[in-house]
Design a binder for this molecule. Structure first.
Ligand code: IMP
Length: 192
């Protein structure tokens, strides 16, 4: 088993990553709590790479990082990389987004998840992005999930993220799509 440090202090994110990486010989570990990497990149991918590289260099282990968020077409991609900082909590973030979008008819949006893996020297060896297209609802729909889930609707399955089971969300979400691209590459690294 090779240690793979997850560049997050959030045990929920560790658990979700564990479910994607089940059956691989990578042993996931939370990053040391005192180690915080500033997200100064201009894109999701830049931020994921920054976090993975820094955590790998400091710990001397392999590291994986993700950066994700919601980009709304009619708001020129906002909140984008500022999704987590758009307002003080999930409820207020949704309220702000619905207010900024108003009753505009162009409600297209996409969730993006960038994932980067760095080797113990801090060099990025994998970088991938999963994108899930959808629409911003006018009101909240569904009670599952977290963050912007209740207002993100996927027409293909006629459900908001908050109405999906975890298995369904894995299949259709930006994070699921990103891991689908990352997993085969991680498997190739196993023998290194
Ligand atoms: P991160 O932890 O820096 O990647 O910030 C991601 C932010 O984007 C979170 O705070 C959420 O507000 C939002 N976000 C990312 N993925 C999802 C998702 O699957 N559902 C709902 N909101 C999400």
């Amino acid at each position: 088993m090779t240690v793979l440090v997850v560049a997050t202090g959030n045990p929920g994110k560790l658990k979700e990553m564990q479910s994607y990486l089940e059956g691989t010989p990578w042993q996931l570990q939370l990053k040391p709590p005192e180690l915080d990497v500033e997200e100064t990149g201009a894109t999701f991918l830049e931020n994921a790479c920054l976090k993975a590289s820094e955590i790998a260099k400091v710990t001397g282990e392999w590291a994986i990082a993700d950066d994700s968020g919601l980009s709304v077409d009619a708001l020129d991609g906002a909140p984008g990389i500022f999704s987590a900082r758009y307002a003080e909590d999930d409820g207020a973030r949704i309220d702000r987004l619905l207010m900024e979008l108003g009753d505009r008819s162009d409600r297209g949006a996409q969730f993006v998840c960038a994932i980067a893996v760095a080797n113990p020297q801090g060099e990025i060896v994998i970088q991938e992005e999963g994108i899930a297209r959808g629409e911003i609802l006018r009101d909240r729909q569904g009670s599952g999930g977290f963050g912007y889930d209740p207002i993100f609707y996927v027409p293909k399955v006629e459900k908001s993220y908050a109405e999906m089971t975890p298995e369904m969300k894995h299949q259709f979400s930006h994070r699921g799509l990103a891991f689908e691209l990352v997993l085969p590459k991680l498997k190739l690294l196993e023998g290194d």
